[in-house]
Design a protein around this ligand. Structure first.
Ligand SMILES: *[C@@H]1O[C@H](CO)[C@@H](O)[C@H](O)[C@H]1NC(C)=O
Ligand SMILES: *[C@@H]1O[C@H](CO)[C@@H](O)[C@H](O)[C@H]1NC(C)=O
Ligand SMILES: *[C@@H]1O[C@H](CO)[C@@H](O)[C@H](O)[C@H]1NC(C)=O
Ligand SMILES: *[C@@H]1O[C@H](CO)[C@@H](O)[C@H](O)[C@H]1NC(C)=O
Ligand SMILES: *[C@@H]1O[C@H](CO)[C@@H](O)[C@H](O)[C@H]1NC(C)=O
Length: 546
């Protein structure tokens, strides 16, 4: 897999080039493309040949003519075999990392070694759960790439979402680092002040994510700020320094071989977080003494109750059930930001599934006591729904117990950060370490699209951190019917896959980072290198007073 990457990349960008030619119009191109794809399929060394078995075809609109665009199910097809092997590989990397750099070993280091040790800060506030969780997970990923220990920042002595989430003891708090820095005499004996270097991803002109070799940074603490989704950590995949690229690829795989990229964020969550006792009690109150759910359905409806979303979701549930033979009715967890939508669809789903749902109004547990702080927050009802905030945590941990599939449906954007993290954690929970016997089928993450979301292809999936954004450019066909697409567990950050292409808004956004994308989203490496050479080095640090 490793060494094959560049060959694959070259040929697939050639295919993409042909696709472009075809888009320009010559029908003969379709023939050439077909021939080429057959050749690719037969010469493919990785057993990924099925990607090319069917030449790209579009049946809507153009009377079955070969086409220069793909449907969303076709885009998702390469992900159907799962990423079991790659995820187990990353699980081992994570285990080894936290064995070496976990708090329990590092706090025992002799002063000389401790004072030389490096840390990465993971800091988040209590805004939207998906975005804030990604900040912590990005820090975890960066700590692995840089071989540093992880700090999880606290605010007034409390961890982010600390009432609802428990953190494992593999990370440090800043308070402990300050204490150990004093105790070990790092300043006096080793002349090493406790300084944090800050790099703000949300300021494209300032961030060093693409241009600097972070492994050479000597500051005791590094904080990569503003990393609200799966994208930021994966920017290192295109860093101009080979060592940074290698570190990123070791974790995230190769951006051009989308179907082999491990479930990094799910594996990180698995070792970093668990539900607090309160939240876990609420989860168990829904499951009662019954088994874990088979399927989780997350519908982000933004207060809309349109039936189209439901129709598409039902199609996805049926697809997920195909391989659940022997079950008369699957157990299905329903999670939504729109309570009225839940009320209206439960009776419909009840006919073929055993629907379970967390109804906070009838929950008599102890969480509501800690609810006050959230009510003080000026939260966006439109975005998060009218339920109390803590319900999102119960829903999250409940839905991530799905054994078989997570389905993401939406009124507008499918595969938001919240849905991504549910699927990632559920997949990690289902990845057993014991032997290689598969328990039936692999875990599935499915995206349910109603046709009105696909009228202009995926063009409206504009959220930078949403899974289908990287497929939203001109290679997605217009006027597609309802579909249920297999979805990658690791949201792609680049556009190197066969059917990936950027929307104009993202091309502009990437220009700010010094990245010139070709019309199919490949990075112009030369122009990035000259951008980096010309860029002035921004160094922002803050010292800590011990
Ligand atoms: C990573 O850090 C550990 C301990 O912190 C050290 O033993 C190991 O040599 C480091 N590895 C690399 C590749 O720098
Ligand atoms: C719900 O969405 C549909 C389809 O986009 C739209 O036609 C309808 O007006 C929306 N209804 C509400 C109440 O927002
Ligand atoms: C169901 O299982 C078959 C073979 O066991 C497999 O080919 C197919 O892709 C699976 N479908 C889903 C939706 O998992
Ligand atoms: C709520 O928590 C308090 C202490 O944390 C405990 O004494 C009480 O029994 C709990 N109530 C319920 C209903 O679980
Ligand atoms: C795992 O696969 C290997 C070969 O691929 C086989 O030799 C081994 O017995 C398998 N182990 C289990 C537990 O199935």
């Amino acid at each position: 897999m490793r060494h094959g990457g560049s060959r694959r990349k070259r040929s697939s960008s050639f295919v993409r080039y042909l696709v472009l030619l075809c888009a320009v119009g010559a029908a003969i191109c379709f023939l050439m493309l077909n021939v080429l794809m057959r050749m690719e399929a037969s010469s493919d060394q990785y057993g990924n040949g099925e990607r090319f078995e069917e030449p790209p075809a579009q049946t809507t609109g153009m009377e079955g003519r070969r086409s220069s665009c793909a449907m969303v199910e076709q885009m998702g097809d390469p992900f159907k075999d799962g990423v079991r092997k790659e995820s187990l590989r990353v699980r081992t990397i994570i285990q080894n990392h936290f064995y070496l750099n976990g708090a329990s070993r590092v706090r025992q280091l002799p002063p000389e070694q401790f004072c030389k040790h490096g840390f990465v800060m993971g800091k988040s506030s209590e805004a939207g759960f998906g975005n804030e969780m990604y900040k912590i997970l990005t820090a975890g990923a960066l700590s692995i790439m840089l071989n540093r220990s992880l700090i999880i920042g606290q605010t007034r002595g409390k961890f982010p979402f600390g009432d609802y989430i428990s953190y494992s003891d593999i990370s440090f708090t800043l308070k402990e680092i300050k204490h150990l820095w004093r105790l070990n005499g790092c300043v006096k004996k080793f002349n090493r002040r406790l300084i944090m270097r800050i790099d703000d991803f949300e300021k494209p002109a300032q961030t060093n994510v693409l241009c600097s070799n972070w492994k050479e940074w000597e500051h005791p603490i590094i904080w990569f700020q503003g990393t609200t989704d799966a994208v930021a950590a994966q920017f290192f995949l295109k860093n101009i320094h080979p060592t940074m690229r290698a570190a990123a690829s070791n974790l995230f795989g190769w951006p051009e071989v989308l179907e082999s990229r491990p479930n990094v964020f799910g594996e990180l969550m698995r070792v970093l977080i668990s539900p607090s006792k309160n939240v876990e009690e609420a989860v168990f109150s829904v499951l009662k003494s019954g088994a874990d759910p088979d399927i989780s359905l997350h519908m982000r409806m933004l207060m809309n109750r349109s039936v189209r979303g439901l129709q598409a979701a039902v199609q996805c549930i049926r697809k997920a059930m195909l391989n659940l033979t022997g079950l008369s009715k699957p157990r299905l967890v329903l999670v939504s930001d729109t309570p009225n939508f839940v009320k209206s669809i439960v009776p419909i789903l009840d006919e073929f599934a055993e629907v379970i749902h967390f109804d906070y109004e009838h929950f008599r547990g102890n969480i509501s006591g800690t609810d006050d702080e959230f009510h003080k927050l000026d939260f966006r009802v439109k975005d998060w729904g009218p339920s109390p905030r803590w319900v999102a945590f119960v829903d999250f941990f409940l839905a991530s117990r799905a054994k078989h599939a997570v389905i993401s449906g939406a009124h507008r954007r499918v595969g938001t950060t919240y849905a991504q993290l549910i699927a990632a954690l559920a997949a990690a929970n289902n990845l057993d370490n014991l032997g290689n016997k598969s328990t039936g089928s692999d875990f599935l993450f499915l995206s349910s699209f109603q046709s009105n979301l696909l009228r202009e292809g995926l063009k409206n999936q504009i959220g930078w951190g949403h899974i289908w954004n990287r497929f939203a450019g001109p290679l997605s066909c217009p006027s597609q019917p309802n579909q249920c697409a297999v979805t990658p567990l690791l949201p792609p950050a680049w556009w190197d896959g066969l059917w990936q292409s950027p929307i104009p808004r993202d091309v502009k956004r990437m220009e700010n980072y010094g990245v010139h994308l070709t019309s199919f989203g490949t990075v112009d490496e030369d122009s990035l290198r000259s951008f980096c050479n010309a860029k002035k080095n921004v160094l922002r640090t803050i010292p800590f007073i011990l």
